[in-house]
Ligand binder design. Structure first.
Ligand code: LLP
Length: 463
């Protein structure tokens, strides 16, 4: 089934049989701290609050659907990553997970660096004051205009992804009288999945330059010859939503092998190694993510061990978590519009958003959880599927969920762990406008990305 081919989903589609429900949770009103943002709790009246503000008030003030982001949690997670890796390593937040100017400021204040992968992300980062030397610029097909802007701005590193790009960046840097710091992204031959990694077929994708066949070594040879470039390291990103560290172990082993070959051939020890992002989060209570300090310890040990074995100085490590920082910090708040029981099957609960604000379920068969948040309920659990308002039957937000059987139109429900890759992959399908992102902290809620309006849509349509 083509839908299960992408590794980014939290679980492969085939792991659970179609229509599978695990047992209903003992308490439908409980909020599992693993999947909900740090300051989320249910108050004495049964209403869920975040940052001290009840969701009913948020819905009234900002409307639904809305992404509600817990700023306290975001900062805490960013800080935890920063602290875990210490001063001898760098944490680059992957902006593709979710980027806005407020987020850039928080990152800046918390001492994180930023990975961008397009001119738009670069513009957002620079306009919010991220120092250019703390920005890494990624992408498998950066335009010459994007490269020029990045070099001109003075980004800390450009991650080279192809032979053409090595020459392009070198040429542009020379034209601008610069020497651009670069890394080369290599594909190491492991593809990390949630529960497994497959040692074949992974090179059959668009990113990076394969280690296999000496291609990466040739890329290094060329980069070292070009005076517009300063080659500072090797980059590897093995996949998404990873819980198992063994993929990183193999990746580090192979990257260090390349560093050793470079030392032997060119007499230079490259000072940096970037192991990418991809660390998993809990979308449901079944997921067990690792803490940043465990990840930092594991990665540092792996790289140190490999370097000792190769008699290399241990390079400076960097990582690029996106989902692991922003994912758990937000939930999507929806209003229930219709409740449609289908006898012997399940109850379809339609909300006022859908695949335009969360494409991950349709795209990756991703699993989410959901809760009634505007009140508590003692009703029995019903098997439900949360669907959107789009003209498409694949418009599913939460495929298998238990919700209280007294759920009714007008109730507010929320889907946790939607901070990563939901707003950033949102669309205007069916000319539905994209929801706002509301940041909540210490009893104050503010819009950091406003709701799109029909005027916004019409402004793009020049008639
Ligand atoms: N670094 C590089 C080079 C990447 O390509 C990515 C993700 C990351 C870091 C951050 O990965 P994270 O820590 O957020 O998993 N849209 C998909 C995932 C595609 C991610 C692409 N690259 C999703 O919704 O799961």
């Amino acid at each position: 089934m083509s839908r299960s081919a992408h590794p980014a989903g939290p679980r492969h589609a085939d792991v659970l049989p179609e229509g599978h429900y695990s047992a209903p949770p003992a308490d439908l009103n409980a909020l599992d701290g693993k999947v909900w943002a740090q300051t989320v709790s249910r108050d004495d009246h049964g209403v869920v609050a975040v940052g001290g503000i009840p969701v009913t008030r948020l819905a009234e003030e900002f409307g639904t659907p809305a992404y509600i982001l817990d700023e306290t949690d975001f900062r805490a997670r960013a800080r935890a990553w920063r602290t875990a890796f210490g001063h001898d390593a760098d944490v680059f937040y992957a902006g593709k997970a979710f980027l806005s100017r407020a987020v850039v400021r928080w990152l800046n204040e918390e001492g994180l660096n930023l990975d961008v992968c397009s001119g738009g992300e670069l513009a957002t980062a620079l306009s919010a004051g991220m120092p250019a030397d703390r920005i890494a610029f990624h992408g498998n097909n950066k335009s010459t205009d994007e490269i020029r802007r990045a070099v001109e701005a003075g980004v800390g590193r450009i991650v080279l992804d192809s032979f053409q790009e090595i020459v392009r960046v070198a040429h542009i840097a020379r034209e601008l009288g610069r020497r651009q710091r670069v890394q080369i992204r290599v594909t190491v031959g492991v593809e990390a999945h949630t529960h497994e990694f497959i040692a074949t077929a992974h090179e059959d994708q668009k990113f990076g330059i394969p280690l296999a066949g000496g291609q990466a070594a040739e890329a290094v040879r060329r980069a070292l010859q070009l005076d517009g470039l300063e080659l500072i390291g090797i980059h590897s990103h093995i996949g998404s939503q990873i819980f198992d560290m063994s993929g990183f172990e193999v990746a580090a082993h192979r990257v260090v092998g390349l560093l050793k070959d470079i030392r032997d051939e060119h007499g230079v020890e490259l000072p940096e190694i970037d192991l990418g992002g991809g660390l998993g989060i809990a979308y449901t209570s079944d997921d067990d993510p690792r803490e940043p300090h465990e990840i930092a310890k594991a990665l540092t040990e792996i790289v140190t061990r490999e370097c000792e074995a190769a008699r290399l100085r241990t390079p400076r490590i960097s990582v690029e978590p996106g989902r692991a920082i922003v994912g758990p910090t937000a939930f999507t708040l929806y209003e229930v519009g219709t409740v449609k029981p289908l006898d012997g099957l399940r109850t379809y609960v339609s909300v006022d958003g859908g695949m335009s604000d969360n494409i991950r379920t349709a795209l990756y068969d991703a699993e989410y959880s959901v809760a009634l948040v505007s009140r508590s309920s003692d009703a029995a659990p019903m098997q439900a599927r949360v669907v959107g308002k789009h003209c498409e039957s694949g418009d599913i937000v939460v495929k298998d969920a238990f919700l209280p059987a007294d759920l009714a139109p007008g109730d507010l429900i929320a889907v946790p762990a939607t901070g990563a890759y939901c707003r950033s992959m949102a669309s205007n399908y069916n000319h539905v406008t994209r929801p706002p992102v509301v940041a909540v902290r210490d009893g104050v809620a503010r819009v950091i990305v406003r709701r799109e309006t029909e005027e916004d849509l019409l402004r793009l349509d020049v008639g």
